[in-house]
Ligand binder design. Structure first.
Ligand code: SIN
Ligand code: CO
Length: 377
């Protein structure tokens, strides 16, 4: 896809709008052409590796069906919407669409969800915990957006969280190429006027629970951790009481883990985790095989949608899809860029850094190939 310009003043958007208020950007993408159609979308929804749903409203009854779908006829009744998550990992042009938003850090990016809905359909008024850019594809869609304090939760179906109808502060009809940005917590409701496609480019913002879970797992695998100690314990007359000093010492045990290199590494790995649909090669490649492949002008192709991250204080470590990889100083940023761009890695990309099959770089590339991040082609 030809990456057309995104019609947003990025500095102004980030300073005034991002995370603060919803915004309609008419003609956000000029001459927008849908990269896929509803038939392609239905094809993706048949795949068991892809998360999809059909939400419909029929005779005042909401229903929610989870994919994969073998057939659609009996589900696509009434006012229905088909939604497919993570389409950026399967369709290159959709991944390119997401690249419009690379002015926002990669670790905040979640995925591109694509929906198709028939006239009158939508998923009802609701709130998302995501920042989302809703790009209107073909068709017209009527959107209403309200204020966060207007939200009254309701659930017309056990798998459908909605909010009560709200007074809109934005009431707009989107046409192809228009964009609606909605920060987390703002109620919104989109109803198709014509059969339409919507591309939701979503950005996640973790909370403490999301962040503590990976460190909890990492600590579980540590063989020895410092324990609470109380050699200076004095006889207690009221043994039911826990002292402030004891509580402080217990809390410190946790705080120390949160300042450790394990925490930093676990957090960075977690932030890089995209749950990419990787295919692990049947037979693990050896360093020699990867070296020979590159020496014979072979390429290593990054898996679609891969967004590595690096920590600004140490670009030798590159975090990709939940794992850490060691690069060297010069090659770390360059290879990270190539993988982000989806550009194939060849011997010529490695700037003479490959001294032989035993070099660090070949070892790292071999790990990436064996983890399905680089495809040997
Ligand atoms: C949709 O595309 O149908 C729903 C998108 C949203 O409201 O988040
Ligand atoms: Co939404």
């Amino acid at each position: 896809m030809l990456l057309k310009n995104l019609n947003i003043d990025k500095d102004h958007f980030l300073a005034e709008v991002w995370q603060r208020k919803p915004l309609v950007i008419k003609k956000g993408i000029q001459d927008f052409q849908d990269p896929i159609d509803e038939h392609d979308l239905a094809g993706l929804a048949q795949d068991a590796d892809i998360d999809s749903r059909i939400v419909s409203l029929n005779n005042n009854n909401w229903s929610v069906e989870q994919g994969p779908f073998d057939e659609f006829e009996h589900l696509c009744v009434g006012k229905w919407t088909l939604m497919v998550q993570g389409v950026d990992r399967w369709i290159e042009d959709i991944n390119d669409l997401a690249k419009h938003f690379s002015f926002i850090p990669h670790w905040r990016f979640d995925d591109v969800m694509v929906s198709y809905s028939v006239p009158g359909a939508g998923v009802g008024p609701h709130v998302d915990q995501y920042d989302v850019f809703l790009i209107q594809g073909k068709g017209k869609r009527h959107w209403k957006v309200g204020e966060p304090d207007m939200v009254v939760a309701t659930s017309p179906h056990k798998n459908l969280q909605q909010v009560e109808p709200f007074e809109p502060t934005i009431d707009v009809i989107l046409e192809p190429g228009d964009i609606l940005y909605i920060p987390p917590g703002f109620p919104h409701c989109g109803e198709s006027i014509e059969p339409c496609l919507t591309y939701s480019v979503g950005f996640r913002a973790p909370n403490a629970r999301d962040l503590l879970q990976p460190i909890n797992e990492a600590l579980f695998n540590q063989s020895s951790l410092p324990r609470y100690q109380d050699q200076l314990l004095s006889p207690k007359r009221q043994p039911q009481k826990i002292t402030k000093a004891e509580l402080v010492q217990l809390t410190r045990l946790v705080q120390e883990e949160l300042q450790s290199s394990l925490w930093e590494q676990t957090l960075l790995a977690h932030l890089s985790d995209q749950s990419l649909p990787v295919e692990i090669p049947e037979h693990a490649y050896s360093e020699q095989e990867i070296y020979d492949h590159l020496s014979e002008n072979g390429s290593l192709h990054p898996v679609l949608g891969c967004r590595p991250i690096t920590f600004e204080q140490d670009e030798k470590r590159v975090f990709i899809n939940g794992e850490v990889y060691a690069f060297n100083d010069e090659l770390g940023p360059r290879l990270t860029q190539l993988i982000s761009n989806g550009t194939a890695i060849q011997m010529t990309s490695l700037d003479g850094a490959v001294e032989g099959p035993n070099s660090t770089i070949v070892n790292t590339l071999t790990q990436l190939a064996n983890n399905g991040i680089l495809l040997v082609e």
